[in-house]
Design a protein around this ligand. Structure first.
Ligand code: NCD
Length: 309
């Protein structure tokens, strides 16, 4: 497979490390995940999972993906059981994982942690989320889900709802859209949780136009993809500030039935807390569990591209 030769040993820090064509190459590989599973192309390879922050889907889907490809994983989830609890530096921890494994997935509360790890490690580093900044593999699976549901990513109207200030998934998703040609992009958030200036500047620089809408009702009739994120409680410097915005948006079935197109699909990186009425889960609008399921095959495609001999 020469088409993937260019991915070999590549670090994945931001979704903008990829071109639109490269993303399509990954999507095509993800479509063929069953063949990858039979071939076991990563037999004998080890993936290190360095999770300094909580995770369910990202960690377990990387682990599933690696094992489905015939490889294996090592790693930690939380630092209590590691030598970091004894005071070992981040740099030394990465150096060690780099000597044990063929690639490292890292999640860390600090922005830039994955980029720094990539400078320290000789093996490829994949960013599994760095603070409020990037979550590139989430953006990949978000786009893949849209491509599967709608057959295209261009030409659709997107509404991104929620904590756009702190949710790295929303930032990475918007950066990813700059590689495509959406019909429209709307941003809806509580006033305190608007998209940060540096992300806006990057999106502007890449000429993706968007509009900050006042309410969800007003943009729902046009929306094809509603991307919802939870309020990122753990990133608020002031707990009182969190209390003021808590529960400030909620997608209900009534709202969708009144304003949305029947073909609208809701994406959410999960975990969801209270921002989507649980009755929406059973409706045709909900695509978030399928989206999470697709995470495995997209990560399989990515790991294969980076690690296969
Ligand atoms: C997200 C994250 O960690 O940024 N989770 C995930 O990877 N699917 C979203 C979140 O925590 O809200």
């Amino acid at each position: 497979m020469n088409t993937v030769a260019r991915f070999k040993n590549r670090d994945v820090i931001s979704i903008l490390d990829f071109t639109r064509e490269e993303l399509h190459t990954i999507f095509k590989l993800a479509d063929n995940y069953e063949k990858l599973m039979l071939d076991h192309p990563l037999e004998g390879k080890i993936l290190a999972l360095a999770f300094f922050e909580p995770s369910t889907r990202t960690r377990l889907s990387f682990e599933t993906a690696m094992k489905r490809l015939g490889g294996d994983t090592i790693g930690f989830a939380g630092t209590e059981a590691t030598s970091i609890a004894k005071g070992e530096s981040f740099t030394d921890t990465i150096r060690m994982l780099d000597r044990y494994a063929d690639a490292i997935v890292i999640r860390h509360p600090m922005e830039g942690a994955a980029k720094y790890a990539a400078e320290v490690a000789r093996h490829p580093v994949i960013n599994g989320g760095d603070g409020k900044q990037h979550h590139p593999t989430q953006a990949m699976l978000d786009l893949y889900t849209i491509y599967k549901l709608f057959g295209e990513i261009d030409g659709l109207t997107y509404t991104v709802l929620g904590d756009l200030r702190y949710a790295r998934t929303a930032a990475s998703f918007l950066l990813a859209l700059t590689l495509f040609k959406p019909r429209k992009v709307y941003l809806v958030s509580p006033p305190q949780l608007k998209l940060r200036r540096e992300v806006k500047m990057e999106i502007d620089r890449r000429r993706l136009s968007y509009e900050e809408a006042e309410s969800l009702e007003e943009v729902l009739p046009e929306t094809d993809v509603l991307y919802v994120v939870r309020i990122q409680k753990e990133r608020f410097p002031d707990p009182e500030e969190y209390e003021r915005v808590r529960g400030s948006y909620r997608v209900t079935l009534e709202l969708l039935e009144k304003y949305a197109k029947p073909s609208l699909k809701i994406l959410h990186p999960l975990p969801k807390i209270d921002e989507i009425d649980y009755r929406v889960d059973q409706s045709d609008y909900a695509a978030y569990f399928t989206q999470a399921e697709y995470g495995v095959r997209v990560r399989m495609a990515l790991l294969y591209s980076i690690l296969a001999d």
